[in-house]
Each structure stands twice: as C-alpha cells, then as structure tokens.
Ligand binder design. Sequence first.
Ligand SMILES: NC(=O)C1=CN([C@@H]2O[C@H](COP(=O)(O)OP(=O)(O)OC[C@H]3O[C@@H](n4cnc5c(N)ncnc54)[C@H](O)[C@@H]3O)[C@@H](O)[C@H]2O)C=CC1
Ligand SMILES: O=C(O)[C@@H]1CCC=N1
Length: 281
Amino acid sequence: MKKIAIIGAGSMAEAFISGILENGFIDKKNIWITNNSNQERLANLETRYGIQTTYNLNELFNQADIVMLAMKPKDVATAMQSIREHLTEQMLVVSVLAGVSMITIETLAKIPLPIVRSMPNTSAAVAKSATAVAVNQRVTEKQLETIKNLFRTVGLASFVEEEQLDAVTGLSGSGPAYIYYLIEAMEKSAVEVGLEKEMASELIVQTLLGAAEMVKNSSKSSTQLRKEVTSPGGTTEAGIRVLEEHGVQQAFISCIKAATAQSKKMGAELSSKLRTAEQPS
Ligand SMILES: NC(=O)C1=CN([C@@H]2O[C@H](COP(=O)(O)OP(=O)(O)OC[C@H]3O[C@@H](n4cnc5c(N)ncnc54)[C@H](O)[C@@H]3O)[C@@H](O)[C@H]2O)C=CC1
Ligand SMILES: O=C(O)[C@@H]1CCC=N1
C-alpha cells in the first residue's frame, strides 16, 4: 500500500491512525487526512502523529490507493460530492460508516469502485478493535489481502456478508460504549462502598480484562463461568439478584437490538433520500 487518504478526522479516524502507526503498518508520511472545516483539529493530529493533513484535494488523492470514508453517515452525501471527481476506479474505498451500504457509496461516487464496508471500533487505538468487513465484487485479490492486513493491524478482522453489518454495528461497533457505561457504574459504586477511586479503577480494569480472558480462553460458556463465581447464599448471588430485578440482562439485549435497528434505519433513510433526489421533478 502506497498511501491512504482519510476523509473525516474524528474519533474513529484517530483511533485507526493511532493503531496503524503503533504497528508500523504504514509510514506516517503516507497517511493523509482532511476534514470539512476544523483546521485546528487537523493541526493537532499532525503534531501528535506526524501524519499529513491538507485541504487540497489534488494533493490528498494524488497516488492514494486507499480512500477511507470516516465522516458521520449524515455527511456522506456532501463529502462524496466534493471528492468524487478525484476518485478513480483503481482506488479502494474503505468505509467505516454505520448503516451506509456499498450501493449508496457507489451511487454517490457515480463511478464503479472497489468498496469495502467495515465496522471497526475505537479500540483500534490499542490494536484491539473487533472489526467486521464486507467487500463488493470489484475488490481484487490483492486489495483483499491489503484490507486483511490493514484491519488485522488494529485488532481482529472477520469477513461477513454486508447484511450482517448492522448487527455488527449494534454489537461491537457501539460495544465499547456499553462496556464504558458498565465501568462508569462500577466506578460510582466503588466510591459509595468506601473504596478509593484510583485503587477501585485498577480493580475494575483487571476484573474486566480477567473476565474477557476467561471467556476467550476457557472451554466453559459465559453462563457456566458466571455460575462458578456465584456461591449459593453468597455475595454474587445477592448482587445478581438485584440485576435480575432490574432486568439488566434484558436491557442489554434491547440495547443491542435498538442499536442494530438504528444502523438499519440510518442506511434506509439515506438511500431513500438519494432515491428522492434522483427522481425527475
Ligand atoms: N466513534 C465510533 O466509535 C465509531 C464510529 N464509526 C463510524 O465512523 C464515522 C465517524 O465517526 P466519528 O469519528 O465518531 O465521528 P466524528 O464526528 O468524531 O468525526 C467526523 C469527522 O468527519 C468530518 N467531516 C464531516 N463532514 C465532512 C465532509 N463533508 N468532508 C470531510 N470531512 C467531513 C468532521 O469534520 C469530523 O472530522 C461514522 O460514520 C461512524 O458511524 C464506526 C465505528 C465506531
Ligand atoms: O454511534 C455511532 O453511530 C457510531 C457507530 C458505531 C459506534 N459509533
């Protein structure tokens, strides 16, 4: 891979850049990024990561073999309008956008393109993203290899059917936020039960890492592992009873379903908007 041009300079783009630089997958001279307005943000990324930033689209796209779309889904139409004349059929377009289909991207580009629709998460920053990827039929074997390498540099990467990506978004794309939400609750409770914040924080992180490693490495199911912690009449049982009374497990299930539905809805709204815009008046 010679050069990657990233359109959109927010949280996801930064997590990705941080992850790929950490692993030396691509030289910082070959990572180019732009956004639509916030010059200060670009300057900040340039200083912290030594990457290249520009508002000159000729410079951005010159010799780029990967173009990463990393703006919010609502901004994709405007962004594609400004970049589309710079896209060529040789460039591999990699989208990280929630809900936006490859057909929508191709419609906006107005030329046939090799497209990768991916759903990483912000743990890419520490090379622990859980990424799922779908590709269209124009992606070549060589590009497929590049994509595998690119996403495996920032964590786990699996290939899925495009239809599965809304569910992936609801589960692991948004997933880090659910875990942070749980950590927030554990932090608040730790102070209330009399622990010091710093020490509690260490205990919480280690507990999460340990539980994740157990699920990953043990042949036992998560249910079985939970039961092994729960002594009859003991502390865990008292705690879990409260979670059950509050319907916390069901709430998590509803949460993932709502996030999945939102991804589908965002994609459907965008394609319906595009269809309306294409109708002759
Ligand atoms: N934040 C997350 O955890 C994840 C986000 N994603 C996806 O990544 C994408 C970006 O999300 P975030 O980084 O969270 O958003 P963000 O709001 O932090 O960043 C969006 C960036 O796009 C830029 N932008 C907006 N319009 C533009 C245009 N016309 N041309 C060029 N740049 C433009 C903004 O200036 C900003 O730099 C979204 O599509 C989201 O669905 C995917 C996985 C995880
Ligand atoms: O909240 C969002 O829409 C994005 C997509 C996955 C994580 N963040």
